[in-house]
Design a binder for this molecule. Structure first.
Ligand SMILES: Nc1ncnc2c1ncn2[C@@H]1O[C@H](COP(=O)(O)OP(=O)(O)OP(=O)(O)O)[C@@H](O)[C@H]1O
Ligand SMILES: Nc1ncnc2c1ncn2[C@@H]1O[C@H](COP(=O)(O)OP(=O)(O)OP(=O)(O)O)[C@@H](O)[C@H]1O
Ligand SMILES: [Mg+2]
Ligand SMILES: [Mg+2]
Lengths: 231, 231
């Protein structure tokens, strides 16, 4: 499903070059459950942004379902992001003036083909909120919620359109252990029960342990790639 | 140092009342190292905002160093916040168009008495960035940094003015275990080595274990208050 071929992502900052991704090659099959781990600043979010078609490599190739993503135009990319990928951002990126319900329904609103009616969108959003334990916060805006509640709204939004691939960047960073476990159970079930691909950036070993495969980044490179403890 | 007396913080949302703090009474002495734990939505950030003089209780009393905070005017409150309290926010609240160095120097810029020269402010900010491992990111803006780097800038900013009291709302939520440990070592040393009061909201048991005292919130109430495991 995913093929990264010698991908670089660099930034130039006043004469200095920051190598956020420094030659990454990876293959991830459909239905895999993968944890991405590594130190702060090692390139995890940058990798997720490339995988999620939110950022393009400085060099190297990214093929998604066999298609080279760099030949897609903006409209096609937006379509891929909307239909195929559900993204939980490390900093949530919720719309501050919209309610939780409106935020969660957003991916459905952006659809062109097979678009649901407003009533059906609202029902799907309410259901997604229920799954993350926020049914009673549907009409709250982000600044009327706790940090962990906002994080769960971001998770519900990523799930509502039932995308094939879920990219979750530190989805339990603001959650207590009990809520964390509930969210994790839900994410881990998606490959098993629905064949969807789930990639989770995490710095918590307990989260990585529940994934089939763990990829470790350091200074923009893959330094470890193990399946259940075996390289 | 801190005395909360039957503090309530409620919100009215279209006919429904949300009790973020539902009758909290607490005493925290100067120099204590306290962990605040509890489920997502249990009231931890609300408690921190009240302690940090960023929010006032709906009812009840908050006395800081013997002084009832509700009788202070806006200018006096701003002075208390600037001089006495260093706050690490759960969502960082960095200024997006300023560099890490400028963000960290901000509390020093706001001082009236005993104000440092621009050169001295810059040196203090650079030192604080060094302490959190970000000396080489001083000129980066928040969107040119990773999530964990932004979190550390927020921590450096809380420490730069050497305030008596540090309120850290989930300071290691976006950090890998190694960086987390370094930040924790640094926070835990402040009461021991400098007699400062440190209150850390955390959902990670390993962080709570390093504090002398743990206060657990549930539905806006204190349900547990133990010192090294003893109530
Ligand atoms: N402005 C507001 N209006 C209405 N309800 C609010 C508002 N701010 C917070 N709340 C509610 O108050 C409760 C406590 O929020 P708080 O942010 O203190 O929780 P928390 O313990 O910090 O949670 P987390 O671990 O998720 O960060 C939550 O249920 C939240 O939805
Ligand atoms: N726009 C940018 N300009 C310059 N450098 C950048 C930019 N964005 C990211 N970086 C740098 O790229 C590196 C990788 O960043 P990235 O956000 O991928 O790290 P991360 O592994 O997600 O870290 P964390 O665990 O702290 O979230 C970091 O050192 C960061 O400072
Ligand atoms: Mg990141
Ligand atoms: Mg909070």
């Amino acid at each position: 499903l995913i093929e990264l071929d010698d991908v670089y992502r660099t930034y130039e900052m006043g004469g200095e070059v920051v190598r956020a991704l420094d030659g990454v090659s990876l293959r991830i099959e459909a239905g895999e459950l993968v944890a991405i781990i590594g130190q702060s600043g090692s390139g995890k979010s940058t990798l997720m942004n490339v995988l999620g078609c939110l950022d393009s490599p400085t060099s190297g190739r990214y093929a998604l379902a066999g298609q080279d993503v760099s030949v897609l135009d903006d409209e096609q990319l937006a379509h891929v992001r909307n239909r195929t990928i559900g993204f939980v951002f490390q900093s949530f990126h919720l719309l501050p003036r919209q309610t939780a319900l409106e935020n969660v329904a957003l991916p459905l609103l952006y659809r062109r083909e097979g678009r649901l009616t407003p009533k059906a969108r609202e029902a799907a959003a309410q259901e997604a909120l229920g799954i993350v334990g926020l049914a009673d916060r549907a009409l709250h805006r982000p600044n009327e919620m706790s940090g962990g509640q906002r994080q769960r709204v971001a998770i519900a939004r990523a799930l509502v359109g039932k995308p094939h691939m879920i990219l979750a960047d530190e989805p339990t960073g603001n959650l207590d252990s009990k809520t964390s476990l509930e969210i994790l159970d839900l994410l881990v079930a998606l490959p098993e029960e629905q064949g969807r691909t789930v990639i989770i950036v995490t710095h918590e070993p307990e989260v990585a342990e529940r994934c089939h495969r763990t990829i470790r980044l350091l200074d923009g490179k893959v330094v470890e790639d193990t399946r259940d403890g075996t390289p």
